[in-house]
Write a protein that binds this ligand. Structure first.
Ligand code: SF4
Length: 116
């Protein structure tokens, strides 16, 4: 998920003018979380469309926030559990609220381009 709206619009500035077309052009869609649509990569048979045999095809700069979020923990290599965690203080709920605020302003402004 592109959890940070500001980062999303930095990566995809054209989305300010035409959000839906930008999503489709960049092989993105939305996932509804707490009633808020959050941009995510499209999936193909349950697999992210950006995953190739050599890993992620997106540069780190364009990768979804959530893909950069986990702090690695080497214990994950030696057990059957994932020990990697998100950084302390991070809140999904806060991210969803920030996106929700963007959509509210969008509906009152008519276009995202008037928001920033
Ligand atoms: S790291 Fe790349 S391939 Fe993996 S889920 Fe994120 S965007 Fe998709």
């Amino acid at each position: 998920m592109y959890l940070c709206p500001e980062r999303f619009f930095e990566i995809f500035p054209e989305a300010l003018d035409d959000f839906e077309t930008s999503l489709a052009t960049n092989m993105l869609t939305t996932k509804v979380c707490m009633g808020v649509p959050i941009p995510v990569p499209m999936m193909d048979d349950g697999v992210c469309v950006f995953l190739s045999s050599s890993g992620c095809t997106l540069s780190k700069e364009r990768r979804p926030c959530e893909c950069l979020l986990l702090v690695p923990n080497e214990e994950t290599l030696f057990s059957e559990e994932i020990h990697c965690k998100v950084a302390k203080g991070f809140s999904y709920v806060e991210c969803f609220r920030r996106w929700s605020a963007i959509y509210e302003r969008r509906s009152s402004a008519g276009r995202l381009g008037k928001l920033f």
